[in-house]
Design a protein around this ligand. Structure first.
Ligand code: GDP
Ligand code: MG
Length: 380
């Protein structure tokens, strides 16, 4: 860590340098105005002078500046409508995985462009309509269905999804996790599309599903409400085109935007330690464009993009907004839901990563000492 000079600290605390030096002297710390102070000592001294105990360190300030800059400075840059990002949720066995697989298999561009589908946590589907050749759209599906992933990301403050598709099996009806999915989507303020699945099954009763949903406060179109729905069969691949069309329609209302020119910002979808390749992370680029050679901070680690791959395992050099990519060459392991930020220089990224790691260690230490104190109290 770089620390802060006595002079700067005095300025921040609005005290005379002389007084600060005197106070340090009392603590047995001999310094001159240009000398650098670090960590706890800075906090202690600051506290003594009545400053907020949460004095912002140089690294923290760096981080704030960096993030603010990346979030705001897009003046004069062109904004585009980016592809919507969709999460599929619903009760277990209602067909989330089947639906994702079925949709993936409809991707005509997949066959043309070559490459084998890679499971990198998210994938892009190219939607076309045979009767209108001009129609070409893209939808990104998060491949980690399940409430856990969604909740984990939301807990980290990551907003990755634009639309939630709630799958309900027409033979089984509304179940506890169906309601949970609806609650998640509502809490995240994300529009819902209901996919009534398994309509091929003999026991399928989609009217019952609609009624059950209405009773639970989710009124579908035609049932006194505005929530769109599609009746599908993942198994028989029925109406998947209608579902995709509906996703595009709902996306048009929200019309999520991005600025391709800016440095990339994204979220970690998943991360793993790969034998031979080291730390590997799937990132959803949400804004800006990620390029090979870019330095970045992600969670409390950092790195430089030496190579990246798309959802078909093809090496790419650029990834624009709403593109899932797999990146290698991370210095450590990030977590799902961590924010990914391209930084102007590697040293800054490294500094921030070290700072975050230190904070994490401090928090862990505080926790473990609290635990051992509690243990001690119990013994007494
Ligand atoms: P998940 O737990 O929500 O991911 O559900 P799965 O996709 O694993 O599906 C659970 C079971 O339902 C599997 O045996 C699927 O083959 C079956 N299934 C999924 N979709 C359909 C469908 O549209 N029709 C029928 N008949 N079965 C389906
Ligand atoms: Mg599944």
């Amino acid at each position: 860590t770089e620390g802060i000079s006595v002079k700067d600290l005095a300025e921040k605390l609005d005290v005379r340098g002389k007084d600060l030096i005197a106070s340090l002297l009392m603590r047995g710390v001999f310094v001159t105005v240009n000398q650098s102070l670090e960590g706890e000592l800075v906090k202690d001294v600051a506290r003594q002078f009545g400053a907020d105990a949460t004095v912002i360190s140089v690294e923290e300030q760096l981080e704030n500046e960096a993030i603010e800059g990346f979030l705001e400075d897009t003046t004069g840059m062109v904004e585009i409508v980016r592809a919507p990002v969709v999460t599929i949720m619903g009760h277990v066995d209602h067909g989330k995985t089947s639906l994702l697989d079925a949709i993936r298999s409809t991707d005509v561009a997949a066959g043309e462009a070559g490459g084998i589908t890679q499971h990198i946590g998210a994938y892009k589907v190219h939607v076309t309509k045979p009767d209108s050749p001009a129609f070409g759209r893209e939808i990104v599906f998060l491949d980690t269905p399940g409430h856990e992933a969604f909740t984990r990301m939301r807990a980290r403050g990551a907003k990755v999804t634009d639309i939630v598709v709630v799958v309900v099996a027409a033979d089984d009806g509304v179940m506890p996790q169906t309601l949970e999915a609806i609650d998640h989507a509502k809490a995240a303020n994300v529009p819902i599309i209901v996919a009534i699945n398994k309509i091929d099954k003999p026991g399928a009763d989609s009217n019952k599903v609609k009624q059950q949903l209405a009773e639970r406060g989710l009124q579908l179109v035609g049932w006194g409400g505005e929530v769109e729905f599609v009746e599908v069969s993942a198994k028989k691949k029925l109406n998947l085109d209608l579902l995709e069309e509906m996703i595009c329609l709902v996306a048009d209302i929200a019309s999520p935007k991005a600025v391709p020119e800016r440095p990339a910002v994204g979220t970690v979808i998943e991360a793993k330690l790969d034998r031979g390749r080291g730390a590997v992370a799937s990132i959803l680029v949400q804004n800006g464009t990620l390029r090979t050679g870019d330095s970045y901070i992600v969670g409390n680690t950092f790195g430089k993009i030496r190579a990246m791959f798309d959802d078909r395992g093809r090496a790419i050099t650029e990834a624009g907004p709403s593109t899932p990519v797999e990146i290698l060459g991370l210095e450590g392991m990030p977590d799902a839901g961590d924010t990914f930020l391209v930084m102007a220089d590697r040293d800054k990224a490294k500094g921030i990563a070290q700072y975050r790691k230190m904070k994490e260690r401090e928090a862990q230490l505080a926790k473990s000492s609290r635990v051992s104190l509690e243990g001690l109290a119990e013994q007494i």
